[in-house]
Design a protein around this ligand. Sequence first.
Ligand code: DGJ
Length: 542
Amino acid sequence: MKRAGLIVFTIIFSPLLLARAQNVDIPHSEKRGAATQLVVDGKPFLMLAGELLNSSSSSLDYMRPIWPRLAAIPLNTVLTPLSWELIEPREGQFDFTLLDGLIQDARRNNLRLVFLWLASWKNGMSSYVPIWVKENPQRFPRVLEKNGEPVEILSTFGQQSMKADARAFAAVMHRIREVDGEAHTVLMMQVENEVGVLGDSRDRSPAAKRAFEGQVPKELVTYLQQHRDSLLPEFRRVWESAGSKLAGTWQEVFGSGSQTDEIFMAWNYASYVQSVAAAGKAQYPLPMYVNTWLAGPHASPGEFPSGGPLPEVMDVWKAAGTAIDIYSPDIYATNFAEWCDRYNRAGNPLFIPETHGGTTGQANAFYAVGQRETLGFSPFGIDSFVDKEREKLLDPNNDLGRGYQALLDLAPVILQHEGRGEMAGFLLDKDHPQTTLELNGYRLEVRLDEIFETQAQSGFGLIIATGPNEFLGAGSGFRVSFSLKNPGSALVGIGSIEEGTFSDSAWIPGRRLNGDENDQGRFWRFVSQRINIEKAVLYRFE
Ligand code: DGJ
């Protein structure tokens, strides 16, 4: 990549710019009934995305052949790392060559971007800070762990670190507004990456020790008082079992276990990250989120980054500020639905920045969209699905792409029905072969598809109630039977089933499905050989 000369950058806090920041045309989130939607250029937008491998976007040349392959999957959004070390290689001197180029190249390929601000922390560690930060631990102090060894993790107690990170992030947001304030290629920002102390449950540097032995800050206590009844149960339990105190040291208020160390670190990471995000938002207020390294079963804080926004400390993050809009899970565990459900609570919208792609991702995307009305879905390492040299997809079945294509076709209908209780999504397998949905006065028994002794091994899909007696469904490997939610004398029959697709939001019908394809009128079937979009019209009879 050719680098233009370094640009010496001064942040101008212009009141005019801040006034424009209120402009509702900027990509923003909006409540719609129970759902939260991302609104881009006045319309809701569903991010069917993928996240690049960590180092791909450090070179414009490396990325150039990859963009069109990503667009062909098809994706509409790419989660793209942007590191502090490359943006501010020398203190106070900002180089936006890479940032500008990534935006231009994504735009050329009709792709939107979410930038990942890899700065003070990435997977708990601090490898993405510029060299002038790495070399100066006096000014930018490190975490100290139990064994007394300093580690390459910036301490949240480094005020200078926070200010330097916030200044660089503000410069980035200022630049994005300059080059993208009209086109809106950039939709959201991830602030840092999977933060938290690794290797110990808390920072034991002198400043951290003093804070840990001091009083719990007033802001957190006030939050506890004001949100007593709506605290997430995992957090509330800890506070209540220590006596629901409203004053005292960390151990007095939350008890003496390692969960208190995690709460303490959550407060300190949250305060730092909220300040960085707020500095960026003052320049250009795109929606901002943080992502989370999830704890495995029985793992203790320090085995996973202690202080990241896990469900048990999400309230602590909210108490520390409001600049972060979304707390996001990176879901690599097999209990995908459970993690979606745990994050999509207490007003937190779901956005999944990292997860598996392929066949697993294909199915999970339907659950996240249909059941949890996610803002977006994004398998990690999306460029490992494409071969840079041979310019083709490595996954010959392109399972993720086939799922994304159906969801992209359906996106206008999905977005129109979000937030109204008119949509549901599901994942089925041998251990969970069926589920019951209630939509629009009907009860839907959804189970693994079978016909003539052949049963699907797994199934996934989403169903939308599109009219009083009409449903739209998409997915694979399931079948549905209908009854009335409040049973009277009427029975429910299938009037017709059509497969089809959408073009510019208009339904283009394909085959009329009957006979074996609806088990002689008894079931609405989605065979496991492909992903189908189908419309079912019901009728009632006595
Ligand atoms: C989670 C991190 O957030 C990513 O940047 C990457 O390191 C993946 N883990 C690798 O699985």
